[in-house]
Design a binder for this molecule. Sequence first.
Ligand SMILES: NC(=O)c1ccc[n+]([C@@H]2O[C@H](COP(=O)([O-])OP(=O)(O)OC[C@H]3O[C@@H](n4cnc5c(N)ncnc54)[C@H](OP(=O)(O)O)[C@@H]3O)[C@@H](O)[C@H]2O)c1
Length: 114
Amino acid sequence: MQKEGAGRTALVTGASAGIGRAFAEVLARQGYQLVLVARRADRLESAAAELRQRYGIEAHAIVADLADPKAPSQLVAELNRCGLVVDVLVNNAGYGVPAATSRRRGRATMPACA
Ligand SMILES: NC(=O)c1ccc[n+]([C@@H]2O[C@H](COP(=O)([O-])OP(=O)(O)OC[C@H]3O[C@@H](n4cnc5c(N)ncnc54)[C@H](OP(=O)(O)O)[C@@H]3O)[C@@H](O)[C@H]2O)c1
């Protein structure tokens, strides 16, 4: 039976550790081609290599600091350069701002890029 992710590409930010790494694992198991994004190249490359080897999928590592306002356009340029079209986005990298929630009651706090 064909896997759900076959022929599809998923991009995971913060994919070298924690929750993002776990998302990448699940998507790899489902057969997605992966684009993994984080700042530290060594950890990112090692996660990509492990997922390729374990699941036989393509995994591209793109180093980016998503706190940099230029990062999104650079990321899109790199995706275009590699001919990658993203079907699924797991925009995981970031941090919560609990103080903002308590100061401004009733307003949800969205995760922001770290
Ligand atoms: N763990 C929890 O209990 C929990 C609870 C609620 C919400 N969250 C949220 O879930 C997300 C992930 O949490 P986690 O616990 O899995 O974190 P984590 O284990 O620290 O992993 C963070 C990942 O994001 C990458 N990253 C951090 N800053 C980045 C940046 N500026 N640009 C690109 N990549 C960046 C890290 O790699 P590099 O450092 O190499 O970039 C790493 O791959 C965060 O948004 C966090 O606020 C977590």
